[in-house]
Design a protein around this ligand. Structure first.
Ligand SMILES: [Zn+2]
Length: 679
């Protein structure tokens, strides 16, 4: 027995020595690879990476918890409104569904593409959409192409949509609408001839004015659905997708053309930058392209032209819908066009387009304006339609990538004057959802994408990525060439193949300082209390006092006049002609109140951005300068008996201080009065 044990011990020791020897003889980088995951590039099973991407649930507060612990050069000071602030500003509203307002069905009114006819299941009248040759973006007059309908199929020319009614006394608000894509044989043939490999379907679904936090707050059903996708699709939630300017054009211009000047064109003809456009590039690589934008105005054409040479445009219906239904892309109500919301027609068109051209590659840019209004609540009408679209899109058996994104956050009303509001505008939504079979063809893409979800992204990166994806699945060829094609002055990254560096700054990403969410101020310690800085802080307080004492007949102030107590901090940031200052200070009227304000100063008159709240003033700052407040933040918690009263009177509680004793005395008197009444 003892002998057996001895042999066993010797054998165990021998095995241990062999094991330790093998471990030490392993190449060093392999050993460190295994320890260093998830930052390593090689030797990791793709299955394992995908499991990680799949296992992550997307969630509202992921931004702070993911970004704040990282050692990044650019970390925004805020990611947007707190839940409490947001619920107060944008309460939950339930809007009526369009199918309850217009009774119709796919059988009652439809376009048959086999024989190119329009069908309605009654007699009445129909208004036809524009002919394909007239399809373009921008504002123009829609004249009714009205016809009687005698119950027989009506032959169409090149129209893609029509409205219909069984009630001949009606002139608008027809109950039936049909929109059916008309296949373009030439586009299909061109794409077949130039296709380089397996086709891919790339969709950019842009919800205008949708911040990341707004998406999570207002579209809970879509979020729930995305968190339940278990098979075949990986989702990446990018927390530092940053704006480079105020409006849509600062998003779509870099996406479509790379780094070219953003200018307003008076003439709006044709396709202004076709030669550098992403659609030209993709056409040469087997793609059919489509673009839609649900508005009847010149915002887009002023920048890109009225007729970009994409294969399909969804443009004229919105002017027709303005005439038929009083449709407006800034309406504060649900936007019904017949029995579907405007955005639902666009989503259906993407599915129609995806199916029609399934044998070649496809690129869609669809710009939805449902959130483009000032209440911040109409966006919730997208939720059910988006969930349905996502289900159908990902059930398609194809290689596909969907960019679900905002161009910027809300920029209406007074949101810019608070730090949380101005930051929410800076951080629009960006989810990239990709079929696993796409990611498997791009080495290490899941791991790289996952890391990039927490890195500063540039709008210019989109152009690089789309060009790369145009060569799918070969993303290695011409990698550097594509990068420099996008921009000569900036380094851009493909988030599928390149790790975005931790130290990327706003400047590196092409984000002007004014719009940068992570301005790095340098503290001024020595002359913080000098006369000029005292003067600056007093001027800021003067602006507060003016705001607080604007007297309207119906709006009498309850705010007391504020006086500077102490300047706690001054930080400075220089930019070409402007200086930015961050000031923290207290006031005499309430010791616990601490303010943080960012101001701009300039020798020359300051151009005020469209949505900025505070106006420009003059100040003696050693010499006469112009200044304006960018945003104001309260660093103390300012819940008090006054806050409610101030909000009720429509003053801003951030910088209005009221006399609490006043209300305490009044409420005491009322209580005493009530008590005495009872007695
Ligand atoms: Zn926009």
């Amino acid at each position: 027995m003892n002998k057996f044990l001895e042999t066993g011990t010797i054998l165990f020791l021998l095995l241990w020595i062999v094991f330790v020897y093998v471990l030490y003889m392993l190449p060093e980088d392999n050993a460190s690879e295994a320890k260093a995951f998830p930052n390593s590039d090689t030797d990791i099973s793709i299955e394992y990476e995908l499991e990680i991407a799949r296992g992550r649930q997307i969630s509202l507060l992921d931004d702070e918890s993911s970004i704040n612990p990282l050692n990044l050069t650019c970390k925004p000071e805020s990611f947007g409104y707190t839940l409490e602030e947001a619920l107060f500003l944008f309460p939950n509203v339930t809007y009526p569904r369009c199918e309850e307002q217009y009774i119709s069905s796919p059988e009652a009114f439809y376009i048959n593409r086999t024989d190119n006819t329009l069908h309605m299941n009654c007699t009445g009248k129909v208004a036809l959409g524009f002919l394909e040759a007239n399809e373009e973006f921008g504002k123009y007059w829609y004249y009714d192409r009205l016809k009687d309908y005698n119950g027989e199929p009506l032959a169409l020319e090149t129209e893609e949509y029509a409205f219909g009614t069984c009630d001949i006394s009606k002139w608008s608000n027809f109950e039936h609408v049909a929109y059916k894509l008309r296949p373009n044989k030439e586009s299909l043939q061109r794409a077949k001839n130039s296709l380089r490999g397996k086709p891919i379907n790339i969709v950019m679904l842009v919800i205008d004015s949708l911040s990341r936090r707004m998406f999570f707050r207002k579209l809970p059903k879509s979020v729930e659905y995305l968190n339940s996708i278990a098979k075949n699709v990986s989702i990446f939630d990018f927390k530092l997708h940053h704006v480079i300017g105020q409006n849509s054009q600062y998003s779509f211009m870099p996406t479509f053309y790379g780094d070219i000047p953003i200018v307003v064109s008076e003439y709006m003809q044709g396709d202004l930058y076709y030669d550098v456009s992403i659609w030209k590039y993709l056409h040469e690589r087997g793609f059919v392209t489509m673009m839609g934008m649900d508005n009847c105005d010149n915002n887009l054409p002023q920048f890109i032209g009225r007729k970009p040479k994409v294969d399909h445009k969804m443009g004229s219906i919105w002017c027709a819908a303005s005439a038929q239904y009083g449709y407006s892309e800034t309406s504060k109500r649900e936007r019904c066009i017949g029995n579907k919301n405007a955005h639902a027609w666009m989503m259906d068109y993407i599915l129609d387009f995806s199916e029609t051209y399934k044998n070649v590659s496809r690129y869609t840019y669809m710009h939805i304006d449902t959130a483009h209004e000032e209440t911040g609540t109409v966006v919730s009408t997208i939720d059910l339609d988006l969930k349905k679209f996502l289900e159908e899109f990902f059930s398609r058996d194809e290689d596909s990538i969907l960019f679900l994104m905002g161009d910027h956050g809300m920029r209406y009303g007074e949101w810019f004057k608070s730090k949380d509001g101005s930051h929410e505008h800076k951080l629009p939504l960006l989810l990239i959802m990709a079929k696993d079979r796409v990611l498997e063809k791009i080495p290490n893409s899941s791991k790289i994408l996952l890391q990039n979800t927490n890195r500063l992204l540039s709008k210019f990166d989109f152009h690089t990525i789309l060009q790369h994806l145009g060569n799918y699945p070969d993303l290695e060829s011409h990698r550097e060439e594509i990068r420099t094609k996008t921009s000569k002055r900036l380094t851009t990254y493909n988030w599928f193949t390149d790790y975005v560096p931790d130290n990327r700054t706003c400047e590196d990403a092409g984000i002007p300082i004014f719009w940068c969410g992570c301005k790095s101020f340098i503290e001024i310690t020595e002359d913080k209390n000098s006369e000029i800085f005292q003067n600056l802080t007093k001027s800021v307080i003067e602006v507060f006092n003016t705001e607080n004492h604007i007297y309207y007949r119906w709006k009498k102030t309850i705010c007391v006049k504020l006086h500077l107590n102490e300047t706690k901090y001054i930080g400075k940031l220089e930019d070409e002609d402007l200086d930015y200052y961050k000031i923290k200070f207290t006031i005499k009227e309430k010791e616990s109140a601490m303010f943080e304000v960012i101001v701009r100063l300039s020798r020359d008159p300051i151009e005020k951005h469209e949505s900025e709240y505070f106006s420009v003033h003059k100040i003696d700052f050693g010499e006469m300068k112009f200044f304006n407040i960018m945003n104001v933040n309260r660093l103390d918690s300012y819940d008090s008996i006054c806050k409610e009263k101030i909000i009720k009177r429509k003053f801003d509680p951030t910088y209005c201080i009221c006399d609490e004793n006043d209300f305490k005395r009044k409420s005491l008197n009322t209580t005493n009065g009530n008590n005495s009444g009872k007695q």
